[in-house]
Ligand binder design. Structure first.
Ligand SMILES: O=C(O)CCC(=O)C(=O)O
Ligand SMILES: [Fe+2]
Length: 332
């Protein structure tokens, strides 16, 4: 994976910018900060801006910016749940940096139906989810997927910032350009013959806010998922949309089932393990790479793995009818 390592001058510059923004806005999901973020990001060091522009335009799939020094003590314990993060946030500096970097790629957004509508997500092991197919799982393999594959407004990018990973749990990454598929299977994968149901993170039971959120759109996609293509775009450098754990084919479409199986096998061979370490920011092009997570043994004692995550879209307009206001960056 291509990597940029920040030198100490760049790190100082980036942290100074993030801290001044933190002082001004106080929290990462302040709507005024989110509107300003693409402009504020112009003040990041030039090497960061050109590196991420290369990632975006060359569609290399994934990249990493490393070298961030994280003050472990100031962070405090890894919370036992994403709904129990400290307020004010002990990781505001890194949350702001995550949004600034990601704003060089597109507009950041969250889902009303995920993590109670938060913009920046916390990826940490939750005891009750140990065996679940969720980012907050641990014992179970998180099967490779593109993020929010079922949803027409899914992001173009998902970005992970690693605060700590003492277990050395590996993120898996696989690039669609590396797939070895035979032509017949590839052709079928380009056809609208596949069903992707919502993953569990969007279910009512995995949100904790009391009432108010409308899950009917997710429920409708679950009840009657429209058939979609897994591969799309240019035949020689396609885009991908897939989440095999939640996928199916229409009744009796044996040929589609066979192609999906071929994809699963081929992608399995492309997966590489990436162990994010403290201070790594990992950028995933959600149309070019899939990702997942290997099983690990969480300790649930405040010292566990802790990532921050945000999604971005190149076109926030396409979700306008699903956002309550023009300025809202939460898709409902
Ligand atoms: O835990 C990881 O490394 C990745 C989890 C994941 O799929 C995600 O955060 O979207
Ligand atoms: Fe994911």
């Amino acid at each position: 994976m291509e990597q940029l390592r920040l030198n100490s001058a760049e790190l100082h510059h980036a942290y100074e910018l993030a801290d001044s923004i933190g002082e001004r806005y106080g929290r990462v999901d302040d709507p005024d900060f989110l509107i300003a973020a693409p402009v504020l990001a112009h003040d990041l060091p030039p090497r960061i801006r050109s590196f991420l522009n290369h990632f975006r335009r060359a569609e290399i799939g994934s990249c990493m910016i490393g070298g961030h020094v994280i003050d472990d003590a100031a962070l405090g314990a890894t919370p036992h749940h994403w709904n129990a993060i400290p307020d004010p946030s002990s990781s505001l500096r890194y949350e702001i940096l995550l949004v600034l970097y990601t704003s060089l790629l597109g507009d950041v957004f969250g889902w009303a139906t995920q993590q109670d509508g938060r913009l920046v997500h916390d990826v940490l092991p939750i005891r009750a989810h140990e065996n679940e197919q969720l980012g907050s799982g641990s014992k179970t393999l998180l099967t490779w997927h593109t993020e929010d594959a079922f949803h027409p407004y899914r992001g173009d990018y998902v970005v992970l910032a690693c605060l700590r990973n003492p277990n050395g749990a590996a993120t898996t990454v696989g690039n669609v350009d590396d797939l070895e598929l035979d032509e017949a299977d590839r052709e079928v994968l380009f056809q609208e013959r596949f069903i992707i149901r919502p993953d569990e993170s969007h279910l009512t039971k995995n949100n904790t806010a009391s009432g108010g959120t409308d899950f009917s759109h997710i429920e409708a996609l679950n009840a009657a998922p429209p058939p979609v293509a897994v591969l799309f775009g240019a035949a020689d450098r396609p885009y991908i949309r897939a989440d095999p754990y939640f996928m199916d084919v229409p009744d009796g479409d044996e040929r589609a089932a066979q192609a999906l199986h071929a994809l699963e096998t081929a992608m399995e061979r492309c997966l590489t393990d990436v162990v994010l370490t403290t201070g790594d920011f990992c950028f995933l092009d959600n149309l070019k790479v899939v990702h997942g997570r290997r099983p690990f043994s969480a300790r649930f004692d405040g010292s566990d793995r802790w990532l921050k995550r945000v999604c971005a879209t190149r076109d926030l307009r396409k979700s306008r009818t699903a956002r309550t206001a023009l300025t809202s960056q939460i898709i409902g």
